[in-house]
Design a protein around this ligand. Sequence first.
Ligand SMILES: C[S@@+](CC[C@H](N)C(=O)[O-])C[C@H]1O[C@@H](n2cnc3c(N)ncnc32)[C@H](O)[C@@H]1O
Length: 239
Amino acid sequence: MGLTDPGKKIRAEAHARRVRDMFAQISPSYDRLNHLLSGNSDKRWRRTVVEKLRPMLSADALVLDVACGTGDLSIALFENIGARVVGVDFCRPMLQLAAQKKQAIAFVEGDALQLPFADAAFDAVTIAFGLRNLASIEHGLQELRRILKPNGWAAVLEFSKPKWPGFRSLAAVYCNRLLPRIGGLISGSRSAYEYLPDSVGRFPDQETLASMMRDSGFVDVAFQNLTGGIAALHTGRRT
Ligand SMILES: C[S@@+](CC[C@H](N)C(=O)[O-])C[C@H]1O[C@@H](n2cnc3c(N)ncnc32)[C@H](O)[C@@H]1O
């Protein structure tokens, strides 16, 4: 990850452990809760990623899905584009669920901040609801760029900031009050579903993330709001 400050390194490792343990704990109910809590919007958002990347990829493209979790985006890319897809995640129970769903995809254990792949190995890279969980967004973006071939595309799907103030307040009530209760009841981990709105709140807004992508060496950076900005899809090309 290139962290030279020992204090920062220890904090980053502790953060990674917490995140990995949290996803391991909620893995059995992860998919069900995703669909329930988003009213199935998560499926539509992942389909938007596929449609965005489709014109940029040939059928034999090699795509890396970082922080693939239970594999839904990896599978959507594989089934709809016909691309060769590799999924990578550092949480084994999430990966095991992914592998059970689609054996034709290689699901690999690895850290998004130290991807176990050579430079310039992939035609495209995706990360869905993963960047927010990394100890360093900047390092995560640099790793995405490193493993891309020149002209390769990155697609970042993440929760974001709703555009309209009224809708933003409504979404905040849902995220901060309702979601931890429902998520806690079903998954048995209320803290995981309190972490969700906290991490969304800390995550940069659409324009800031776009400018961080530019700073990390991406060009043609653009984003589209999804469901009024509850989520956003950012894309950028490696030069
Ligand atoms: C909210 S889930 C998203 C999973 C999947 N992409 C989806 O769309 O449902 C976040 C995933 O990021 C993974 N993750 C978080 N930090 C990671 C890291 N440093 N390296 C690899 N995976 C990481 C977690 O294990 C978890 O599976």
